[in-house]
Design a binder for this molecule. Sequence first.
Ligand code: CO
Length: 208
Amino acid sequence: MNLDKVFQNNEKWIKEKIALNANYFDDLGKGQQPELLYIGCSDSRVTAEDLMGLGPGEVFVHRNIANMVCGTDLNAMSVIEYAVEHLKVGHVVVCGHYACGGVKAAMQSADLGILNPWLRNIRDVYRIHNQELNAIDCEEKKYDRLVELNVQEQCINLMKTSAVQKAYRERGLKVHGWVFDVHSGRLIDLNIDFDTILDKIREIYHLD
Ligand code: CO
């Protein structure tokens, strides 16, 4: 890849933005008020803003391998705290994707060094849902379902945080679980019933 092209693209992009709105970058420089926090996979095929048709300033983004929300991950926890407590986003999305290499790697026994503890979190998702997953014969369908269940578990991990619990209680923050289908380009809302899930886990994870 010729990286000069990236800078040429950037110049072209600036011209396009200014052609539509002469004050575009003056406005952008004033600050951000995104309404959405997007937590997605680092996979190069799954862009954040582009696939949602959103532009700069509209979405606060956190990406890592397999869109994980780990309570001991200072990076993810800081992003969530800042987006929810300070930017006061109205929505938090965990977006997984089919054919996720991270999810596939977690299901294999290969020793992947520092990736092991990261991917072990996905093995834990499998363990929680092993009855449902073991009943699926087709390997690809099993992976797809694990991708969906991983999104659901990461949404639950979000709800274990005090920032999300407080914002949910005080201003009706919405949490969403989505999956991006790389085969069709379609964004799918898993329509996870968080009220029911919260009722089940509240007595364990509730924070004042
Ligand atoms: Co992925």
